[in-house]
Design a protein around this ligand. Structure first.
Ligand code: NAP
Ligand code: G4F
Length: 330
């Protein structure tokens, strides 16, 4: 039975990866931080086969202890301060968790090591935010980085550290340069979920509008469940490498609003949307669109869930969740 250690187990991708790897017959361990992490119960309820270990990406000794305890075959480093807007307000914390956290995880693996016949394989959650002010469209593995946020800069650091450990220590270390991926487990702070949840609440009469920032930004939005399959597939290759994971389609926030409001039967989203500079960033990434042809050719990966299906899946899930909450409050 293969053993996998997942950081960021309480996040969107960690929860998908936990289920996916358990389904593949892995023994799965998830790193949780804090003395009483409120999301620990949720992830154990979702996957009772999961085992939790304590540790924090800001604390090297805790990561060494976790790797010693788990003795993983594969480590998926999904933990991060992942909210771009917050990274402008807390840049040092972002550099520490999202940037230095990668170095600490790599160090923990290097120090503990695997066996000669069974070295640890490492996955780093790199990001399309690294392309930032994009130099070309679509973006591929060879496109130059120009990060536009403290988060993007921290991810570039983690990305290069992963390559450095691969080249210096012969570590099987791969990065997925993942474009935006979403789903019902997406945090409410991200624009897709903020919109689908807001529309569900409007439909139920619980709120009357949604307040947003930049509506012209365009993203390549895919489904998180599809993306974790690509991450796993990277660690099954003979050679480590870096791969863009994306759908190849791009949509503006306005297009997202159109599709999402239509799911709820509204044709006129402008009636419900307010704009507030509070939700704008000091610098934004205007356009992302990925070219995942390398992942398609080498991993046989392609996305299964289309943009409209993804938005509808999220809206329907939010409607059910908000209806349940409203009934409980009655
Ligand atoms: P997410 O939902 O925000 O989850 C982040 C996870 O990181 C949470 O489990 C969080 O745990 C954990 N974490 C935060 N600080 C930590 C620390 N100091 N030590 C240990 N764990 C810590 O993010 P996601 O969407 O699943 O994304 C997974 C990874 O992919 C992240 O690295 C993200 O930057 C990257 N990524 C995401 C996307 C995307 O579109 N989703 C695209 C490209 C790259 P708590 O519950 O304790 O806060
Ligand atoms: O949903 P977002 O916050 O995602 P963003 O910034 O693209 O970052 C996500 O994807 C990255 C991959 O490219 C990940 F690395 C990262 O961890 C995260 O998962 O914002 C998307 C766009 C932005 O241009 C933002 O300015 O939507 C725009 N937007 C407009 N109004 C808003 C809002 N974003 C948020 N979160 N909230 C708004 O009210």
């Amino acid at each position: 039975m293969k053993r996998a250690l997942i950081t960021g187990i309480t996040g969107q991708d960690g929860r998908h990866m936990s289920e996916f790897l358990t389904g593949k017959g892995y023994q799965v361990f998830g790193l949780v931080r804090g003395q009483a992490n409120p999301k620990a119960k949720l992830v154990l309820d979702e996957n009772p086969a999961l085992e939790l270990v304590e540790g924090d990406l800001r604390d090297l000794s805790s990561l060494i202890a976790a790797v010693e305890q788990v003795q993983p075959d594969e480590v998926y480093n999904l933990g991060a301060m992942s909210f771009v807007a917050l990274s402008f307000r807390q840049p040092e914390l972002t550099a520490d968790i999202t940037g230095l956290g990668v170095l600490r995880m790599l160090e923990a693996i290097r120090i503990v090591g695997g066996t000669e016949h069974n070295p640890v394989r490492f996955y780093q959650a790199s990001s399309s935010e690294m392309f930032g002010k994009v130099r070309e469209t679509p973006q591929h593995e060879g496109t130059a980085f120009h990060p536009r946020s403290p988060y993007g800069v921290a991810k570039v650091f983690g990305h290069h550290m992963t390559i450095n450990y691969r080249e210096s220590y012969n570590l099987h270390a791969s990065s997925g340069i993942c474009f935006n991926h979403e789903g019902p487990r997406r945090g409410l702070e991200f624009v897709t979920r903020k919109i689908t949840n807001g529309i569900a609440r409007i439909k139920l009469g619980l709120q009357d509008s949604i307040t947003l920032g930049n509506l012209d930004a365009a993203r390549d939005w895919g489904f998180a469940g599809d993306f974790v399959e690509a991450m796993w597939s990277m660690l099954q290759q003979d050679e480590p490498d870096d791969f863009v994971i994306a759908t190849g389609e791009t949509h503006t926030v306005k297009e997202l609003l159109d599709v999402a409001f239509q799911c709820a039967g509204y044709d006129d989203w402008e009636r419900f949307v307010r704009q507030d500079p509070r939700f704008e960033r000091p610098a934004d990434v205007e356009l992302l669109m990925g070219d995942a042809s390398k992942a398609n050719a080498k991993l046989g990966w392609k996305p299964k869930v289309a943009f409209d299906e993804l938005v509808s899946m999220m809206y329907e899930s939010d409607l059910i969740e908000e209806t349940k909450k409203a009934e409980l409050e009655r």
